[in-house]
Design a protein around this ligand. Structure first.
Ligand code: SF4
Length: 66
C-alpha cells in the first residue's frame, strides 16, 4: 500500500490524523503528513477510511499490482 498526500490540496482539517492516528499526523503548520516509517500504511485498514474521510480528497491510496 502506498499513500500520497497532496499538500497543495490539504486544508489541514485533521480528519486523517483522527481516523488513522497510527499513520497520519499533522505537521507544525497543521497539514497532514505521514508518520515517519509508516509511508507504506503499515497495513492499517483505517488508512482507506482516512482517505474517504478527507473532505478534499487529498489522500491517494494505491495498491501495487500483484
Ligand atoms: S483529512 Fe485531508 S485535508 Fe484534512 S489534514 Fe488530512 S489530508 Fe489534509
Amino acid at each position: 500500500m502506498h499513500i500520497e498526500i497532496d499538500k497543495d490540496v490539504c486544508i489541514g482539517a485533521g480528519q486523517c490524523a483522527l481516523t488513522a492516528p497510527g499513520v497520519f499526523t499533522q505537521d507544525d503548520d497543521g497539514y497532514s503528513t505521514l508518520i515517519p516509517g509508516h509511508e507504506d500504511g503499515a497495513r492499517d485498514p483505517m488508512v482507506r477510511e482516512a482517505a474517504r474521510a478527507c473532505p478534499v480528497s487529498a489522500i491517494k491510496v494505491t495498491e501495487p499490482a500483484g
